[in-house]
Design a protein around this ligand. Structure first.
Ligand code: NAD
Length: 495
């Protein structure tokens, strides 16, 4: 069984500390042993990042960009290797894991354009003989703390822009599926990134708290569940750091009476059950406007669920893999178990799914007549459970979405452009799809939710990340003629 090391200063570090198993969720077997970092190991990684900072800051933009062009090539060449690692530790199917690499690549491609992204502004002659220009400089050592559900894409959301901007990074990936992060660190090194610019420490709360409290860490990017996101935001901000902390979600899909039935059912099944619902942009609530919509779309969804092939994500033809842990499976199934008592109807019960072996599997669940006061509606379940809520009007559906504590993504399904435009205007969520169930913005835009889905004011990756990972400086210049120079005790004003 392999021991998964840390990656510090360009070296694999096998620190003698606590260990934790890493499982293959499809078989239930332990496949690796993970070293859980002590405070000292995290401090070693921060020190390595700090030591690498001056040289990386000075590295020309052309050379920095080269690293990203090389990395892009390597990621493309090694996509299948990376996908296999993700599938073996996360459980999602291989095609989905490869899709994750492709979406992460967008962040690398964006970062490769760093010369344009880091351009400052300049105004000539703001006052007589005076020019002003602005520059963007790195913030310093950045901590990146990531969840289990996208072990390649979410680290790349953070580290690509952070490194492009001239920062150095300590990445703390999820302890459930950490191998992809070490693989990415190796690829960055192969792409020409100097040692110490990207460091990876594996660990738990001890590692995270050490990063949050370290004076040398200047900015923290976090993606994970809402209670932890709030904690990270508060603790890092109290320590004077910049923070962006993205949290959980409960994404609603509003289905209007004129929506195409086939398109809607295909989208609902793909977005609710893909990656076994372990996506922050998964659709977990279908809001049907009118009983007729619900009565027509539910049989379509049921027939598609029956065709889903659930099994080992590494096997050909599998549509849906297992959940990440036995605890996650138990948690998801307990929501299903409580649904009827809360007033819902179980149309398809994922607990009925049986699997030979010890994998952490549950089947796809479909609930109807879900009540908005119920736990199954209010909480993020993070599993393959789709709740149908019936409303009478667009306004009622909209209100329900806007009243929910989460505001990550949402979607409207309609053929009426006017209604779609109104929804875009009215809805309180950070990412909106029009006939697109999972509207994850392409890498040239930024990603982020509203309400309890994001703590902080900066969305992640894309243009907003350049602001997050840089400090701006404004320089006012004049080249006066010494012969015309005189003292002036007045406050400088423009003339
Ligand atoms: P999690 O919050 O349990 O863990 C995220 C990270 O925080 C991990 O690195 C973990 O080690 C660390 N952590 C966990 N408990 C901690 C504690 N008490 N103190 C300090 N650090 C701690 O999340 P998860 O289960 O890995 O991921 C699933 C969650 O992430 C879901 O809620 C999902 O919606 C969310 N998510 C959100 C987005 C988004 O963009 N908004 C994207 C992906 C996942």
């Amino acid at each position: 069984m392999a021991h998964i090391p840390h990656f510090i200063g360009g070296e694999k570090v096998e620190a003698a500390e606590r260990t934790q198993p890493v499982y293959n969720p499809a078989t239930g077997e332990q496949q690796h042993e993970l070293g859980i970092a002590s405070v000292e190991t995290v401090e070693q990684a921060i020190a390595a990042a700090k030591a690498a900072l001056p040289a990386w800051r000075k590295t020309s933009l052309t050379k920095r960009a080269d690293v990203f062009f090389n990395l892009r090539q390597l990621l493309k060449q090694r996509t299948n290797d990376l996908a296999a690692i993700v599938t073996s530790e996360h459980g999602k199917v291989l095609a989905d894991a490869a899709g994750e690499v492709a979406r992460g690549l967008e962040n690398v491609e964006f970062a490769a354009g760093l010369m344009n992204l880091l351009k400052g502004e300049r105004d000539e002659q703001v006052s007589t003989g005076i020019d002003v220009h602005s520059i963007k400089q790195p913030v310093g050592v950045v901590a990146a703390i990531t969840p289990f559900n996208f072990p390649i894409m979410v680290p790349l959301w953070m580290i690509a822009s952070a490194i492009a901007c001239g920062n150095t990074v300590v990445l703390k990936p999820s302890e459930r599926d950490p191998s992809a992060s070490i693989f990415i660190a190796d690829l960055f090194r192969e792409a020409g990134l100097p040692d110490g610019v990207l460091n990876v420490v594996n660990g738990d709360k001890t590692a995270v708290d050490t990063l949050l409290d370290a004076p040398d860490v200047k900015a923290v990017s976090f993606v994970g569940s809402t209670p932890i996101a709030k904690y990270i935001y508060e603790r890092a901000a109290a320590n004077g750091k910049r923070v962006q902390a993205l949290g959980g979600a409960k994404n609603h899909m509003l289905v209007m009476p004129d929506a195409d039935l086939k398109v809607t059912a295909d989208a609902a099944v793909s977005a609710a059950y893909g990656a076994a619902g372990e996506r922050c942009m998964a659709i977990s609530v279908l809001v049907a406007v009118g009983d007729e919509v619900a009565d027509r779309v539910i049989p379509e969804i049921v027939s598609r669920i029956k065709d889903l092939k659930i099994g080992d994500g590494a096997a050909e033809g599998t549509d849906m893999g297992p959940l990440i842990t036995p605890e996650a499976k138990a948690r998801v199934e307990s929501y299903v178990a409580g649904a009827e008592a809360e007033g819902a109807t179980i149309v398809v019960d994922g607990r009925d799914f049986t699997y030979e072996g010890d994998g952490f599997f549950t089947g796809a669940t479909l609930l109807d007549h879900v009540k908005t006061h119920s736990k199954v509606y209010r909480d993020e379940i993070f599993g393959p459970v789709l709740a149908v809520v019936r409303v009478n009007t667009y306004e009622e559906g909209l209100q329900l979405i806007n009243d929910h504590q989460f505001g990550n993504g949402t979607a409207i399904f309609t053929r009426d452009g006017g209604v779609a435009r109104q929804f875009e205007f009215d809805v309180e969520a950070g990412m909106v799809g029009v006939n697109v169930p999972i509207p994850v913005p392409v890498g040239a835009f930024s990603f982020g939710g509203w309400k309890d889905s994001l703590f902080g004011d900066t969305h992640i990756y894309g243009p907003e990340s350049i602001n997050f990972y840089t400090r701006s400086k404004v320089v006012t210049t004049r080249w006066p003629n010494p012969e015309q120079s005189k003292i002036d005790l007045g406050f400088p004003s423009n003339s």
